[in-house]
Design a protein around this ligand. Sequence first.
Ligand code: AMP
Length: 216
Amino acid sequence: MGPPGVGKGTQAVRLKSLLGVPHVSTGDILRAAMQDGSALGRQVRVYVESGQLVPDELVGDLIAERLSRRDAAAGFVLDGFPRTLAQVDILSRVLGRLGMPLSKVILLRAPQAEIVRRLSGRRTCPKCGAVYHLESHPPKSSGVCDACGAALVQRPDDTEDVIRERLRVFDEQTAPVADAYRAQGLLVDVDGTGEADAVASRIDATLGRGVTGVSG
Ligand code: AMP
């Protein structure tokens, strides 16, 4: 877990390979629904594009379904869930039903100015999901994905106004989630500043043996 733009997605994708478990991102699940033209997608679009949280029950149903699939039986890396105290309860019920404990909660931190800079320069590939940054990790050819050649886009919620709203929502609704996991002794604070590789080393240093599920 961590504020928008702190690098959760980048690190979660890496942990997925390291641990050999699926990466479960509620943001990715919601964006996929928005693209497939479903009723669910139409319902969530207004929240996502304005930087608000999608209602807990809806996200909870999506996560319960995803974590019950066979590929998640040996563990998973959660990215962007839970984001409210109600979602903490939902996750605890789902994991209780599945008989899986939460091993660790990693909180990535970075100063707000760095977050705004990172998010406003972020460009993503709508086809293969690759992520670029105009200054720190530009594509070889401007506006074109190195990996698959598709035209890069800016997420509609990565504009400055919406970024500020997402940060406000994080402070108001998600910071208490970190406090709750800290009280349970599950939270590890990790400095999210600097290069992705440096952040990765800090995260790996916190992973004990036998970690099968990492929440974020
Ligand atoms: P992310 O890609 O994690 O930054 O999520 C993008 C957007 O999806 C958020 O700003 C919310 O609108 C929505 N979203 C993602 N995860 C959740 C969640 N756990 N609860 C509610 N809304 C979510």
